[in-house]
Design a protein. Structure first.
Length: 134
C-alpha cells in the first residue's frame, strides 16, 4: 500500500502524500481503500469521525485513548496517536503509523499468546512417574 520513492524517500499511499490524506474527509479517503474496508468506512464514517474527535481531545492531554472497537479502520487523522486496543484481557498500546492506513485496529493487538513449551509435568509421561516429587 505504501510506496517509497528512491529519490525523495517520501511515503505515499496510493500516490498521495500523508499531508494530502490528512486534509481529506473520511469519505474521500475511503475511495482510496480496497473494497471491504471502503464499504466499512462508508457505513460507519460517523462512528470513525466521533472516535477521531475523542482521540484528538485526549491525545492533546497526553493520555492514551482506550477502545474496544477492534474493527475500526485506521484513517489518516489517527496517524501519530497512541491508542489502547482491547485484546480481551488488557489494553495493548498501539502507536499508529503511516503503514497502518486502511488496516483495522484489531490487527495490531493480538488476542492469543505465543505458546512456550517447557518441560513435561509430573504424570505427563511414563518415565515421569518414576521420578520423586519434591
Amino acid at each position: 500500500m505504501i510506496s517509497v520513492q528512491a529519490s525523495s524517500k517520501e511515503k505515499l499511499f496510493r500516490g498521495k502524500k500523508i499531508e494530502e490524506l490528512k486534509e481529506l474527509d473520511t469519505r474521500e479517503f475511503a475511495k482510496l481503500l480496497k473494497s471491504r474496508e471502503r464499504r466499512s468506512v462508508m457505513r460507519n464514517f460517523n462512528v470513525i469521525e466521533e472516535f477521531v474527535k475523542r482521540a484528538e481531545k485526549k491525545s492533546v492531554k497526553g493520555r492514551m485513548v482506550k477502545t474496544h472497537s477492534r474493527s475500526l479502520v485506521i484513517v489518516p487523522a489517527l496517524v501519530g496517536m497512541n491508542l489502547g486496543v482491547y485484546n480481551g484481557n488488557s489494553f495493548v498500546p498501539v502507536r499508529i503509523t503511516e503503514e497502518m492506513l486502511g488496516h483495522r485496529l484489531g490487527e495490531f493487538a493480538l488476542t492469543r499468546k505465543v505458546v512456550k513449551h517447557g518441560a513435561a509435568g509430573v504424570g505427563a509421561t511414563k518415565s515421569s512417574s518414576a521420578l520423586s516429587v519434591k
